[in-house]
Design a protein around this ligand. Sequence first.
Ligand SMILES: C[S@@+](CC[C@H](N)C(=O)[O-])C[C@H]1O[C@@H](n2cnc3c(N)ncnc32)[C@H](O)[C@@H]1O
Length: 160
Amino acid sequence: MANENQFRVKTRFIATRNVKEFRETIDRWVDEDDVVLEIGCEWGTTSVLIAPRCKELVAVDISGDCIERARQKHPGIRFEVLDAFDVRAALRLGEQFTKIYIDMSGLSGYRSLLDVIALLTMYATVLRPEAIVVKSGALKHFASRCTAWGQNPQGRPSAR
Ligand SMILES: C[S@@+](CC[C@H](N)C(=O)[O-])C[C@H]1O[C@@H](n2cnc3c(N)ncnc32)[C@H](O)[C@@H]1O
């Protein structure tokens, strides 16, 4: 029997194709009460757009060099070294994150689709944010071709 717990996840997933779309979501998805985790922050170019829109931001990257540079450029933002696949390290950040932003190299192509879904599911299950925004062209394309049965529109497209 399928594990029903996996269907209880309430997190919304927002898939964007490129960095322009990724940043466009900030206006719509980040609120002043939000505690945001940004994964793959590099040297903080998106972090400076998120930080003024939310209550708190923790921006992380696997690269120590990127984090060092980000800290120098933006001393008002909390930057930490973290491997996204180490969710226990994310828990140790000690925050109740309400939104998560993910822009990691290597997640755009179709070959990485399973990695993206595994990563999103892991963060949704463990940290339970309201929403995760991810930069993944493959996920956006895949999602655009999916219809959840029972939600409109549920019919087949005519004659194709
Ligand atoms: C395209 S850059 C991010 C650009 C940044 N989000 C921006 O808007 O300017 C991708 C980043 O993902 C980081 N990255 C790759 N694998 C990672 C991992 N496993 N955990 C955390 N960060 C990772 C890289 O070090 C790199 O800085």
